[in-house]
Write a new protein. Structure first.
Length: 341
């Protein structure tokens, strides 16, 4: 009986040990299952984040090991930006599909080489062709990723610039004279007023020039509006070639132009307008036009007037110039204190 009892205790102890091992294994499996579920949830969460991102997100194999770009990640925003699903773009080819110009296509391929060489390629502007045939302006930022298995991939974030650039272009067109590509009256006044405010703040002088053509109506009547347009374009080109980047020029009427020269005193104004006068005369003679011009150049010292007053002063000088009956520049200098302004 004692021997039997001893064997029973041994068996029971082994069973208890086995039960403990089973519980340990069950706990371990439960923890692993919980970890797996958390990882799966994290993975699903990342997938949702990528899929719903406002930017285009895509991942492709490195072209050093794959002759054609093959995408493995392609979120919904990429579909909207390109018009293609991932399977379609992989079948058709990224470079062949979105870059219509062969030269641009080759530059895009070389970009991948530069990236592998360690160049920082962030927010580079490119134009791609959408599936509907329209052009999209995009900014691409890329980086190289190395997976756990040693494989190399490329992550690209793509931002759509199309609407932003369209709005900027529309805003520019609203301020630009279509014929001469100078500022129109609105664009001129906005920028001229800014220069006047800056001049007041920095206690600087300023010169405003007002140019009006002579015999322009006769040119239009005798040679047609196309020739008149060419004359206006030539005058605009002379102005553009004469000014500094800090100056403001505009076509503010039919054959009227205005120029603002910040930080320019009377001596500087005479130097500028003498050179402009010579350039205008050369252009008019070269085209054989029977045209003249009058320019009023008003230099303001002390507290600068508002734009309307400055234009009136320059306009009055311009009419004096035109009274002579030949191309001429008349200069004037005005000074006002803050109290009298």
């Amino acid at each position: 009986m004692a021997q039997t009892s001893s064997r029973e205790r041994t068996v029971e102890e082994k069973l208890d040990s086995a039960r403990r091992q089973i519980r340990i294994l069950e706990d371990r499996l439960a923890r692993q299952q919980e970890l797996h579920e958390r990882l799966s949830e994290d993975h699903r969460f990342r997938e949702v984040v990528i899929e719903r991102a406002a930017e285009g997100v895509c991942v492709c194999h490195d072209v050093a090991t794959h002759p054609y770009v093959e995408f493995t990640v392609w979120n919904q925003r990429m579909v909207e930006l390109t018009g293609y699903q991932m399977e379609e773009i992989n079948r058709l080819g990224w470079y062949q599909t979105v870059y219509a110009d062969p030269e641009v296509r080759e530059r895009a391929r070389l970009r991948m080489e530069r990236m592998r060489e360690g160049h920082d390629l962030r927010f580079e502007r490119w134009e791609i062709r959408h599936a509907d045939g329209t052009e999209r302006a995009i900014a691409i930022s890329t980086s190289v990723l190395t997976a756990a298995d040693g494989s190399v991939h490329v992550l690209a974030l793509i931002h759509d610039l199309t609407e932003q650039e369209n709005l900027r272009r529309e805003a520019l067109l609203a301020r630009t004279d279509e014929l001469t590509q100078l500022r129109n009256r609105r664009g001129f006044e906005e920028d001229a007023e800014l220069l006047i405010r800056l001049g007041r703040r920095n206690h600087q002088c300023l010169t405003l020039g007002y140019l009006d053509l002579t015999n322009f109506k006769i040119l239009n009547d005798e040679h047609g509006h196309q020739e008149g347009d060419r004359a206006l374009q030539a005058i605009g080109a002379c102005l553009s070639a004469s000014v500094r980047s800090s100056d403001v020029i505009g076509r503010i009427g039919g054959d009227e132009f205005a120029i603002v020269l910040p930080a320019t005193d009377a001596a500087g104004a005479k130097t500028f307008f003498a050179a402009l006068e010579a350039r205008l005369l050369d252009s008019i003679r070269a085209h054989g036009w029977d045209l003249g011009f009058g320019v009023g150049a008003a230099t303001f010292l002390g507290h600068l007037p508002d734009l309307a007053e400055a234009l009136r002063a320059a306009d009055a000088l311009m009419y004096e110039a035109k009274k002579s009956g030949k191309s001429n520049v008349v200069y004037g200098q005005f000074e006002a204190s803050r109290e009298s302004a």
